[in-house]
Ligand binder design. Sequence first.
Ligand code: AMP
Ligand code: MG
Length: 401
Amino acid sequence: MAESFTTARALILENVALLPIESVTLSEGVGRVQANDICAPCDMPRWDNSAMDGFAVRAADCSSPTPLQIEGYIPAGATSEGICVRPGQAVRIMTGAPVPAGCDTIVPVEETEENPEGLRITTQVNKGDHIRVRGEDVSEGKLVIPDGSVLRPIEINMLAAFEFNTVAVFCRPKVAILSTGDELVEPGEPLGPGQIVNSNAYSLAAAVREIGGIPVMLGIARDNRESLIQKLNEGIKADLLITSAGVSMGDRDLVCDVLQEVGVKQLFWKIDMKPGRPTAFGLKAGTPVFSLPGNPVSTMITFEELVRPALLKMMGHQRVIKPYVKATLKEGINKKAGRVQFLRVQVRENAGKLTAESSGDQNTGILSTMLRANGIALLPAERNRFEAGEEVDVHLISDPI
Ligand code: AMP
Ligand code: MG
């Protein structure tokens, strides 16, 4: 019995656990998921400071026709200690410098005129202008970056501004990648008659790396028990193991049998999806094991739709299933009822509306259709026909054209 796609994905997500937490430097933090709440250790800004290069003044003096007398200078990085703006005075000040005593307003330099009599203000001044007030951005104790946030450059900036030089994040999973098949040779090795290049290991490694995992290349297991046992035992030492091929109905498709032999408890063997029906999932002592089909298109689609969400969950992401976008089908599509079909599509954007069109022959052997695709449309199991003009759910794999 094959599992439905939705049940299979839910079962996978229920059975993968968060990875441990590690501390990394801020420069290594980008893209990682923060594993604790960060509260502001102090006010931000730490003190009232100038938002402009200009003059620290008293607003009440600015409407008087008498020029202000310039007394003193506070560059960025200096303190305002011992400096006071007295009535009729202005203190030259640079952006970011602390506001001195007596000052209630900053006048930007471009709104002033300096002449031998002093400083004339050429604009209407409102009390409080151009002062960044202590704590106006973030007040001490406030939750600034909650647990589960994906660290973007802006979070890194905030952490650095609060003087954190490390950050607690969920670990990156080590993902063992194992190709299986007697016909496989590594790229660059001589290719004999009937042999096939092990391309899956490289697309899987790229896909793992793209979302922040660490691929561990196990090479090729041959279609015999000894070879599979040795490689699978090595693979289940990683945080997650992905195998490709050897899961169909052929007499050399031994992966599922041997996985059981090495103690992997299978949750399911097949999924009602196309491509990707012979996809199995199991666990050995908590380590998830995905057995993906060997056909490169099926391998990539099952990774995208099933392995990727699992890895994201392990890395602490809160959103693990990509949001679906709605796109209008450009042509009618027939499919078999009873299984979800993943259609490789080209998604185009025109005036804010998305359309999806098959990117070519949908046979799973046709890799170039995947190459031309920037989306995967999910056609639900129940239906057997979709009309041109209908809206479908699409997972974008790159930007619309
Ligand atoms: P199998 O499930 O073992 O029958 O493999 C299905 C198809 O995928 C066959 O045409 C294989 O040659 C092909 N295939 C299997 N493994 C790989 C791989 N690592 N890279 C590229 N193609 C593969
Ligand atoms: Mg095979």
